[in-house]
Design a binder for this molecule. Structure first.
Ligand code: 4NP
Length: 167
């Protein structure tokens, strides 16, 4: 069997946006029977919340849609991740800057991409940070992450030849 494809989602704190993307994408990978083909993870560019569970508001919103984030723990992005992961999807332009700054001499053009480049309704190409806002922000982030993780799985299926028809 070939090496699994490694997919990483990155935001600032790794307690709202990127754990949601990780949870959604993992569920979709599992539903498609691709567990052995894909490794899914998330990380934050900042270290404030390392070891913490996802934000209770994000976990609650995800749970109302049937997505379980309770197992996830925040970790900080490391330089090594930029080489260990085949695809790194970042939530906003600040995350993109901070991610690339970890290894400024590396060639990451195809590995590190804005998550919403794959959103069929990309808006400004950034996932808004819900941390300091109200409940509606978490619903907005859920809708963006749900349709964008669908689109990313479909795109990777084309690239890697996975059959999603069985899902
Ligand atoms: P996230 O949200 O990047 O989507 O996990 C945030 C979480 C924490 C903070 C900012 C954004 N913070 O400033 O602590």
């Amino acid at each position: 069997m070939s090496e699994p494809v490694h997919v990483l989602f990155v935001c600032l704190g790794n307690i709202c946006r990127s754990p949601l993307a990780e949870g959604l994408f993992q569920d979709k990978v599992n539903a498609a029977g691709l567990e052995g083909e894909v490794v899914v993870d998330s990380a934050g560019t900042g270290g404030w919340h390392v070891g913490a569970p996802a934000d209770a508001r994000m976990t609650a919103t995800a749970a109302t849609h049937g997505t379980d984030l309770s197992r996830l723990k925040a970790r900080q992005l490391e330089r090594h991740d930029l080489h260990a992961f085949d695809h790194v999807f970042v939530m906003d332009k600040s995350n993109l800057h901070d991610t690339l700054a970890l290894d400024p001499d590396g060639d990451h053009g195809t590995r590190v991409r804005l998550f919403r480049e794959f959103d069929p309704e990309p808006g400004d190409y950034q996932v808004p940070d819900p941390y300091y806002g109200g409940a509606a922000g978490f619903e907005t982030v859920y809708a963006i992450a749900d349709r964008t993780t669908d689109a990313i799985l479909e795109r990777l299926a084309v690239v890697y030849g996975w059959d999603l028809e069985d899902a």
